[in-house]
Ligand binder design. Structure first.
Ligand code: ATP
Ligand code: MG
Length: 322
């Protein structure tokens, strides 16, 4: 079995605009642009995770480049550590091929996570876009268009993808459940998945696939799986803090407690579990730190401030070693 068949997110990745849910405005504007393929401008797709940005970019590639679209499409990730020089090299080599097949109007570069680039790198990117514009079109993908410098934004048609709502997410999951012969105990399961994933359809599909491994899906199973996801997130936050990335750890912690509604004391409990499985060298120190903050919470200190301070303290451990 191929990966495409194994992973439901790939197996059920829409291949046509019509199959895309919840993005009516994007679909309508793209249909309009696709009527004159040769005139398509650079595109900028912005929106939350799992809302269909990459999927739509691949659909545009298929629609504009036809049967051999894969030969004429270059997918890159901007957050790749090799940076803008690697992007320049790859785009230039790719744009240099001169064979032009009938009906292939341009080459397409799909650049994911473009908002992760520094503004210097984006300025360089803008130059690359201009230098290669005779043969190439770019589709830039990001979470927030505000992370993209103005001169690039103004050269692109900007498309905003919406976070999926409960209804579209549920109907998509129901379609998959039906085709995969998965029994779901009730609609409350879909609502629980929606709440746990905040409308991220990729995460939702993965969650359903994981839950289906042991037969009928009920609320209990989903709860167990979201528990596991939350634990993994806490572990990731502790690792970030341990490597001195305090700000990143803090933001992820706020997402967990505010968006996922994870109680702070549970955060500490999972943090302690994470430390035992991370086998960190400072683990005794870390346990002491966690115990101290747990105690403060029991005494009624403001939880968010305390957890933030704890992450700061853990981060400073890494600094002391340097
Ligand atoms: N609007 C949508 N309609 C139908 N399926 C969708 C939609 N959005 C996401 N999916 C499903 O979720 C999977 C992931 O979508 P996709 O890779 O396009 O997300 P993304 O917006 O690029 O997210 P990320 O920012 O995390 O890369 C797809 O394979 C598809 O199965
Ligand atoms: Mg994507």
């Amino acid at each position: 079995m191929s990966v495409e068949q194994l992973m439901w997110v790939e197996k059920y990745r829409p291949k046509k605009l019509d199959e895309l849910v919840n993005q009516e405005e994007v679909k309508e504007r793209l249909r309009f642009l696709l009527r004159k393929k040769e005139e398509i401008p650079h595109l900028l797709f912005a929106g939350p995770p799992g809302s269909g940005k990459t999927t739509t970019a691949l659909i545009v590639a298929r629609e504009t480049l036809g049967e051999y679209w894969q030969d004429y499409t270059l997918s890159l990730n901007a957050s790749d550590e090799r940076g803008i020089d690697m992007i320049r090299e790859r785009v230039k080599t790719f744009a240099r091929y001169s064979d032009r097949r009938e009906g292939v109007p341009f080459r397409l570069v799909i650049l994911d996570e473009a908002d992760e680039m520094t503004s210097d790198a984006q300025t360089a990117l803008r130059r690359i876009m201009e230098e290669t514009s005779a043969y190439t079109r770019f589709i830039l993908i990001c979470n927030y268009s505000s992370g993209i410098i103005e001169p690039i934004q103004s050269r692109c048609a900007v498309f905003r993808f919406k976070r999926l709502d409960n209804q579209s997410l549920t109907s998509y999951l129901k379609m998959i459940a039906e085709r995969e012969n998965v029994v779901v105990s009730g609609d409350d399961v879909f609502t629980a998945i929606y709440e746990a994933t905040q409308g991220d359809l990729r995460q939702a599909i993965n969650m359903m696939q994981a839950a289906s491994a042991s037969g009928e899906i009920d609320l209990e199973k989903i709860k167990r799986i979201t528990g596991a996801t939350v634990k993994a997130k806490v572990s990731n936050i502790i690792q970030l803090a341990l490597s001195g990335k305090f700000e990143e750890a803090r933001l992820k912690m706020l997402e967990l407690t505010r968006v996922y509604g994870l109680p702070e004391r549970d955060f500490l409990r999972y943090a302690s579990e994470a430390i035992s499985s991370l086998k960190a060298e400072d683990s005794s120190q870390l346990y002491k730190i966690i115990a101290e903050y747990d105690y403060r919470l029991v005494l009624g200190a403001q939880p968010e401030i305390q957890i933030t301070a704890m992450l700061a303290e853990i981060s400073s451990l890494s600094k002391r070693k340097e």
